[in-house]
Every structure is written in structure tokens, then in C-alpha cells.
Design a protein around this ligand. Structure first.
Ligand code: SAH
Length: 214
């Protein structure tokens, strides 16, 4: 078996395991079977790419555990063609899954180095429509707002105000809120000024920090 087939079989296996233990929409599992996680990490991490664990990437950051990526993507509950903003591009892995699902993807990363690598990773794999931005996710992207969905992949101190403003009415934000441990919150915007929140379990993310790193 060549390396790609080997990686693919490991990938299918871990995705099927996750589908068996968590209630995740089939389309999310299918999309995750298509995205080669091992190509979003350095060569020294490839052997671990299909373990259900977070993996280190550059600038002291991590790609979330596979189950966490599956859960966040599932909680977003978007439809093909929906406009989705991700905060925390990191390696670009989560953004690739959102592209694979047919969403119109925008993603912001504060570390320039990660932004540049993610751009390369996504374009090498043919995900050329994703709009990647080097910036501070706390500001969102007012010029592209409103978004049907906003997915935050770092731990936010609270629900970011400006991002809430940039969410479409009827839209959903999935955001881990808290300092050391984060509660996954699903925020549904019911009208211009109102929203509801639902907790979806506890997770550990790298922190959402202000400002950019060049
Ligand atoms: N979604 C990524 C994993 C991200 S880890 C992936 O699939 O690989 C969280 C990322 O959020 C880190 O890269 C971190 O630099 C970034 N981040 C933290 N605070 C941010 C902010 N204010 N704006 C944009 N990105 C931020």
C-alpha cells in the first residue's frame, strides 16, 4: 500500500470511530474523510495525524482534536452555499472541511506565519475559494458581513460583541467561552438585537488573543 492509501485508510477508520461514538451529521463525517489532515501538519507530526488528539503546528498553536473539529462543524449546522467566518485559521484544516461542505469560507488568523502556511496548504489541495485574512478575529470582517455562521476555534473570554453584530439574523455562532476550560456555546441570533445561547460541553482551546503577530 502506498503512503496515501495508508493515510486514507487510517483517516476513514478514525472518522468512522468518531461517527460511532458521537452524533455527528453524515455529511460532516464524509467531508472529514476527504480532507488529508496529515498534509496540514509538519512531517514530524504526520505519524500522529489520524490519532484523535490535538497536534502542534507553528507559532505555539495546535490543530484541535478530530472529535472537537467534527463537533464544532456539526454544531454550526450550515447549508451548502452559506457564508461562514472562521476565527483562528491555524493550519487551514478546519477551513478545508468547511470548503469541502460547500460553504463560502472566510477565515482570520492573527499569526502571519500560520496565515501564510494555511494559504499554501489550502491552495495546494485545490481549496482556492476560501478567503484567508491575516488579522484580529475580534474585529471580524465587517466588509463581508453578515455571515450565516461564525466558528471560533480558540477560547474566547466572552461572546465577541463585534462578531455577534456580523452574524445574520437566523445565523449561528459556535464559540468556546472561558479561560482555562471553555464551554462550547451555540449562539442563535433571533433578531437584530436578541440571541439565545445553548451549552454543548466543555473543551480546552488555545486562547483567543487580541492583536496580530507579524
Ligand atoms: N482551526 C485551526 C486550529 C486553530 S488553533 C486548524 O484547523 O488548524 C487556534 C488559532 O486561533 C491559532 O492559530 C491562534 O493563533 C488563532 N487565534 C487566536 N486569537 C485570534 C484572534 N484574535 N484572531 C485570529 N486568530 C486568532
Amino acid at each position: 500500500m502506498d503512503d496515501d492509501l495508508f493515510q486514507q485508510s487510517l483517516r476513514y477508520e478514525v472518522m468512522d470511530q468518531i461517527a460511532g461514538k458521537c452524533a455527528i451529521a453524515d455529511e460532516v463525517i464524509l467531508a472529514m474523510k476527504s480532507v488529508p489532515r496529515h498534509l496540514f501538519v509538519g512531517e514530524d507530526q504526520r505519524h500522529a495525524a489520524y490519532r484523535d488528539e490535538p497536534l502542534p503546528i507553528a507559532s505555539g498553536q495546535t490543530i484541535s482534536q478530530i472529535t472537537t473539529v467534527a463537533m464544532q462543524t456539526g454544531l454550526l449546522k450550515m447549508q451548502k452555499g452559506d457564508k461562514v467566518l472562521e476565527i483562528g485559521t491555524g493550519s487551514g484544516y478546519q477551513a478545508a472541511i468547511l470548503c469541502e461542505l460547500g460553504y463560502r469560507v472566510y477565515s482570520i488568523e492573527r499569526h502571519k506565519k500560520l496565515y501564510l502556511t494555511a494559504k499554501e496548504n489550502l491552495s495546494a489541495l485545490g481549496y482556492k475559494d476560501a478567503v484567508l485574512i491575516h488579522g484580529d478575529g475580534f474585529d471580524g470582517l465587517p466588509r463581508y458581513a453578515p455571515f450565516n455562521g461564525i466558528l471560533i476555534t480558540c477560547g474566547a473570554p466572552e461572546i465577541p460583541e463585534k462578531l455577534l453584530e456580523q452574524l445574520a439574523t437566523g445565523g449561528r455562532m459556535v464559540v468556546p467561552v472561558g479561560e482555562k476550560l471553555q464551554e462550547m456555546m451555540v449562539v442563535e441570533k433571533t433578531d437584530d438585537k436578541n440571541y439565545t445561547t445553548t451549552g454543548a460541553g466543555y473543551f480546552r482551546f488555545v486562547p483567543m488573543l487580541k492583536g496580530i503577530v507579524n
